[in-house]
Design a protein around this ligand. Structure first.
Ligand code: GLN
Length: 447
């Protein structure tokens, strides 16, 4: 597959032919189920879009039954920015319902396969976007990351996935899961393409009150030769599989070979991250999903009266995982429990942020696993608690609002990709991309 950088050089006729061929290839590979729908919107370079990002006049459903029939009334800001830069939405990609999940198994449209093994998950929640890029069925894609949903599927599918600093990319037109954690980001074949796509979608937007209103760009200054201080976390990786440990060692050697200084640091036990995250995320999700009442958006299941219409619509429209989180979110926000759960989770969130701040006092980047293992087989994470625990390496980044980039390091004995992530200070995407570019060159991963 041609890269985004190359695709941006194609003329109108070349692009048209490329898009026709791509459409045929997607149809041939439809069992992968990466795409929900393919459509040509505009004449630009085709980009796959996660099904929770609005493209005007196109259905947008967040992988849910409750939003069947809903048509986006306006473009998300990222889509406006893509269009201005000569890119065009080309297909909507599969995802866990309302971005809640780590496998893409909870989608209304059925599961997506991992392009490297059809009995394994592509990760989630942006599993469709990752599988499309990993299978050579997309030049690049957009995903969203609330607790790892860009980085983890990228690692499972052998591609690059980047979560920007909270506030860098407008959330206007993104279906909200947990508003204080969500960020849209690029999913690409390589680090340079991720930087190109990041520059295109990031920047100020008055339509998003949480936007940081910063417009600095990374591509003009990309520099893989910079010498950095990079923290590794020996204790933190003890719970990872042997494959992940091997990749970690390999990456450390590669970083040393690049002339970076490696220092050892520690993070607090990730079990606190998981508790703080699942309380915060479900509390916000409960609030955000309150709007799906059968009156204003998508599907309606009529009842005898208004209350029964709400009841029927939500009972039939939401899947099990979404209902579980609505219950949990209401519980942690309820009077009597609010202090014990929600407030405590916010205090823990502060501690996590402080911990990162301390490490970043004298360090440029942190090297961390993305997931504890390679992509699991279908059904392996059927127990919700196992699924939540598998997020241990990604969620603290969202709680602290930091930028991070997941890139493939090696394949294991079964040919499954292993990815790792670099984490940077808030708004220091430049250092993140510089470090990732060097690491990518040195490990020379073969797709
Ligand atoms: N797996 C995490 C969750 O289910 C993260 C999902 C995401 O980043 N959207 O909440």
């Amino acid at each position: 597959m041609i890269t985004l950088k190359e695709a941006l050089q194609l003329d109108k006729n070349e692009l048209k032919k490329f898009k026709d061929d791509l459409k045929a290839k997607i149809e041939e590979n439809s069992t992968l189920n990466a795409y929900i729908d393919v459509k040509n919107v505009g004449e630009g370079v085709p980009i796959a879009i996660k099904d929770n990002i609005q493209v005007k006049d196109w259905s947008v459903t967040s992988g849910s039954k409750i939003l069947q029939g809903y048509i986006a009334p306006y473009n998300a800001t990222v889509v406006e920015k893509l269009t201005k830069a000569g890119l065009s939405p080309f297909g909507r990609t599969n995802m866990d319902e309302f971005a809640m999940g780590s496998t893409t198994e909870s989608s209304f449209y059925g599961k997506t396969q991992n392009p490297h093994a059809n009995d394994r998950v592509p990760g989630g929640s942006s599993g469709g976007s990752a599988a499309a890029v990993g299978a050579g069925l997309a030049i690049a894609a957009l995903g969203s990351d609330t607790g790892g949903s860009i980085r983890q599927p990228a690692a499972y599918c052998g591609i690059v996935g980047m979560k920007p600093t909270y506030g860098r990319v407008s959330r206007y037109g993104l279906g909200a899961y947990a508003s204080s954690l969500d960020q849209i980001g690029p999913m690409t074949q390589n680090v340079e393409d991720a930087a190109i796509l990041y520059d295109i979608i990031s920047g100020s937007d008055e339509k998003d009150s949480t936007n940081a209103m910063r417009d600095d760009k990374v591509v003009p200054n990309l520099n893989a030769a910079r010498k950095l201080t990079i923290a590794v976390l020996p204790k933190y990786i003890e719970n990872a599989s042997d494959d992940v440990k091997e990749a970690y060692e390999k990456a450390i050697e590669a970083l040393k070979a690049q002339g970076h200084t490696i220092v050892e640091r520690e993070m607090m036990d990730a079990k606190y991250d998981i508790s703080a995250y699942y309380i915060t995320a479900t509390a916000e999700a409960t609030t955000n999903l309150g709007r799906y009442d059968g009156i204003r958006y998508g599907n309606r299941v009529e009842g005898k009266n208004l209350e029964e219409t709400y009841y029927n619509t939500r009972s039939e429209g939401f899947g099990d995982e979404v209902k579980r989180r609505i219950l949990l979110g209401n519980f942690v926000l309820s009077s009597g429990y609010y202090e014990a759960y929600y407030v405590k989770a916010q205090k823990t969130r502060h501690l996590i942020k402080d911990e990162y701040t301390k490490i970043f006092n004298d360090v440029d980047l942190i090297l961390s696993p993305v997931a504890p293992s390679v992509a699991p087989k279908f059904g392996e994470l059927a127990n919700p608690m196992d699924m939540y625990l598998s997020d241990l390496y990604t969620i603290s980044v969202n709680l602290a609002g930091l930028p991070a980039l997941s890139l493939p390091i090696m394949k294991n004995g079964e040919g499954m990709p292993v990815g790792l992530q670099l984490i940077a200070k808030a708004y220091d995407e430049q250092t993140l991309f510089d470090g990732a570019l060097g690491l990518e060159k040195e490990v020379a991963y073969k797709a």
